[in-house]
Ligand binder design. Structure first.
Ligand code: ACO
Length: 326
């Protein structure tokens, strides 16, 4: 049996940086309020790029790093809640931009858990024996879905993309254990792009609600209650303890959430890598950007010697952990 190996990582963020002080020029907020509650200091915001542009940049880097031809790609998965549109999918646009003529392509929507869900799916596609080379990208232009008149959400999010190349070249599994979860009953605490029937034959009298809306307190409570249980359950499945893990890559929403999680799973806070201070919350892109930066810094070696926890949590509600050896 041949397993998937994570052979390359890449990330890309738009050039324009918007600091907390920049935001305080256009809305009633301050660096002190944002940084003390979230850890966020700045975010990257697109000028004229869309989600598929960010994702295609990452795809091109992945192919170049692995010296792989675009025609050798079997599949492209883009995890996003801010696609260019519903049709064509952002992954299809990426396929065209890369010239990956033999790849099938689709988007996966699981909000801030999107990358973790997509990596799990991609691993199964390769481990099934049906496909050899695939890329998984988390890409977001959240600046186009946040309500810029709502200071309680617009200061939190940013734009960016990160991704990985998976190849069928390993004799040992990449995913040691996983636990993916959803709870649609709590779904309305984080919403965007809610649309209603409006044909001449429909009877709906509610209007569309397109902007991102969040019950911040409810999401905070969800993250600090459900996520640690999920991490510990996944580690138990892998017969590992937190001490066996080299680093934890958690969705980059808020540094106070990471502080609480580190205490709850009794793990050194320094093992929780963090870059939300530079990017803000980039939803499905946050974990692959963090991973790619860690590979660039040689903190993560991709030589099969390190065990990591990858955990996403967010809209859906969705959450999930992969315990990986890469
Ligand atoms: N600048 C200044 N003041 C603000 C701002 C702002 N940008 N936004 C809100 N305020 C005000 C509020 O109006 C409120 O004022 P009031 O008391 O006079 O009514 C006050 O600040 C306190 O607001 P709270 O909402 O109570 O602030 P809280 O301490 O709960 O922090 C935050 C808010 C940062 C959003 C927090 O709830 C949080 O981090 N939640 C988790 C959110 C999250 O992680 N989401 C992402 C996960 S899912 C995903 O990634 C899509």
């Amino acid at each position: 049996m041949t397993f998937a190996k994570l052979t390359a990582t890449a990330h890309y963020a738009p050039e324009q940086v918007v600091t907390n002080d920049d935001l305080s020029q256009i809305m009633e907020t301050s660096d002190e309020w944002i940084a003390s509650r979230t850890g966020i200091r700045q975010r990257h915001i697109v000028q004229d790029e869309n989600t598929s542009d960010l994702a295609a940049n990452v795809g091109q880097q992945l192919l170049a790093k692995a010296s792989l031809a675009a025609e050798d790609l079997d599949f492209i998965i883009v995890a996003t809640v801010s696609p260019d549109g519903n049709m064509p999918s952002t992954a299809s646009l990426v396929q065209a931009k890369l010239g990956a003529s033999k790849a099938f392509a689709f988007d996966l929507t699981a909000a801030c858990s999107g990358f973790v869900y997509a990596l799990s799916v991609a691993d199964k596609l390769i481990t099934s024996g049906a496909y050899r080379n695939g890329i998984v990208i988390g890409a977001e232009v959240l600046s186009k879905i946040v309500d810029w008149s709502d200071r309680s959400t617009s200061v939190l999010f940013g734009d960016g993309a990160g991704g990985v190349l998976l190849q069928a070249v390993s004799e040992t599994p990449m995913i040691l254990a996983e636990s993916l979860k959803s709870d649609g009953n709590r779904g309305m605490s984080l919403t965007s792009n809610l649309t209603q029937p409006k044909s001449p034959f429909s009877k709906s009298d509610t209007t569309d609600d397109l902007f991102l809306k969040m019950d911040g307190r409810a999401i905070f409570d969800f993250a600090v209650r459900d996520v640690p249980k999920n991490i510990l359950e996944s580690l138990e499945k892998a017969d590992l303890s937190p001490d066996d893990i080299d680093y934890l890559f958690l969705h980059q929403a808020n540094s106070r959430i990471l502080d609480k999680l580190a205490r709850k799973i009794k793990t050194d806070r320094s093992k929780f890598l963090q870059n939300m201070q530079e990017y803000g919350n980039t939803s499905a892109a946050s974990i692959p950007i963090l991973l790619s930066e860690a590979v660039d810094a040689d903190t993560i070696k991709l030589d099969g010697s390190q065990k990591l926890v990858l955990t996403g949590f967010g809209g859906g509600l969705t959450w999930g952990t992969l315990v990986v050896k890469i």
